[in-house]
Write a protein that binds this ligand. Structure first.
Ligand SMILES: NC(=O)c1ccc[n+]([C@@H]2O[C@H](COP(=O)([O-])OP(=O)(O)OC[C@H]3O[C@@H](n4cnc5c(N)ncnc54)[C@H](O)[C@@H]3O)[C@@H](O)[C@H]2O)c1
Length: 348
């Protein structure tokens, strides 16, 4: 039987979720909710059969749905997800999962006790590019990862309830967690608030660094004040190096056979450093919409009971990294040791 779905939040991202869910055969988008009547009117125009609710809370209470998708501002994720899981619905939450790791842990416990699927939409993990990089790493062709360095900048969109770190960094942190199979050791971050008003005073520029064992390091640059949009990640490995440019569909991933090798041929001088400057290969990437894969995976997991790739624990790990990065930013870039076990088993 087709799973009945309700989408809560029909702002910027909600319409994309709805458009993708209606393409799937084994589910039916039965309801939508938004506090703004104009948004509901638009949704009804595109999907005349859909039942419209003026709040997510009412949809959860009264809607005839098996699952809800939460695409509302971050501060509302936890109360809505809690209400939905308590009502026995499967839940897909937009990134980041919640405002605190405590809230995220509570949702995981609720999903366990209710036996319902809890998944977080970390869209980029499901993209053709990231899936291909992961295959390359798993094959051993890439070697040990030395560094992960991402830039995600553009002009706006300023969010009213969170800073740039909480808005943009979940994308890069989730990809990093999916690709680097190591427990993060420490973290630090700094940010700046050059734009502020009396009522709004949040960081619009942030830089964060996560350290892993064996000298693996990751760096994140997120910025709402950039004149151009950049979505570029460099990943350096012992055997290969990758440039992943999300905005270049023809060469989204470039794999370079470049690096440094040690040779001990010259015994007199000891080890000799050699630069490897081999060829570049740009593989064909599956360009189908990553969000469609997210929606399909959610329905599949809810129906089969199998754990999602970006389930509750994965979402919690991203929230925890954001929380620690915020703590570091609030203390002028203080280095924070990460003691608790992290979600390294995203790769299992
Ligand atoms: N995965 C991605 O690539 C991606 C991209 C953009 C946004 N997002 C995430 O999606 C979420 C929403 O972001 P957005 O940019 O669409 O925000 P938005 O402000 O454009 O839209 C949110 C909508 O939710 C509605 N809303 C708020 N509270 C509600 C409630 N209790 N019941 C019903 N409707 C309610 C608002 O009226 C608004 O229309 C955020 O968590 C954001 O991080 C994810």
């Amino acid at each position: 039987m087709a799973m009945r779905i309700g989408v809560i939040g029909y702002g910027y991202w909600g319409p994309n979720l709805l458009r993708n869910f209606v393409q799937l055969e084994d589910c039916f988008v039965a309801a939508v909710a938004d506090g703004d009547p104009k948004k509901l009117e638009t949704a009804k125009k595109f999907y005349p059969w859909i039942e419209a609710f003026s709040s997510g809370e009412t949809l959860i209470e009264k809607g005839n749905v098996d699952a809800v998708v939460i695409a509302t501002p971050i501060s509302t994720h936890y109360p809505l997800a809690k209400a939905a899981l308590s009502k026995g619905k499967h839940v897909l939450i937009e990134k980041p999962m919640a405002m605190t790791s405590k809230q995220a842990a509570e949702l995981i416990a609720l999903s366990k006790s209710s036996g319902k699927t809890l998944m977080v939409d970390h869209t980029f993990v499901y993209s053709g590019a990231v899936q291909m990089i992961r295959k390359l790493i798993d094959s051993g062709e890439f070697g040990d990862i030395y560094y992960y360095d991402s830039v995600r900048v553009n002009l706006g969109l300023f969010q009213h309830d969170v800073n740039v770190l909480w808005d943009l960094a979940p994308h890069d942190l989730s990809v990093m967690l999916y690709l680097i199979d190591k427990q993060p050791e420490s973290l630090c971050a700094i940010g700046a608030k050059p734009v502020h008003t009396n009522g709004w005073n949040l960081e619009s520029i942030a830089y964060a660094v996560v350290r892993f064992p064996k000298e693996t390091i990751a760096h994140f640059h997120v910025n709402w004040l950039s004149p151009v949009k950049v979505r570029r990640t460099l990943i350096g490995g012992a055997k290969k190096m990758i440039v992943y440019d999300h905005l270049d569909p023809d060469n989204q991933i470039k794999i370079f056979d470049k690096g440094v090798d040690f040779s001990s041929k010259q015994q007199l001088d000891g080890a000799l450093l050699q630069y490897r400057t081999g060829s570049m290969f740009a593989p064909k990437i599956d360009q189908s919409e990553a969000l469609l894969a997210v929606c399909r995976h959610f329905v599949d997991c809810a129906k089969s009971g199998k754990p999602p790739i970006t389930g509750g624990h994965f979402g919690l790990s991203v929230v925890r990294l954001l929380e620690l990065a915020q703590e570091s930013m609030d203390h002028d870039g203080k280095n924070i040791k990460i003691e608790e076990p992290f979600y390294a088993d995203a790769r299992k």
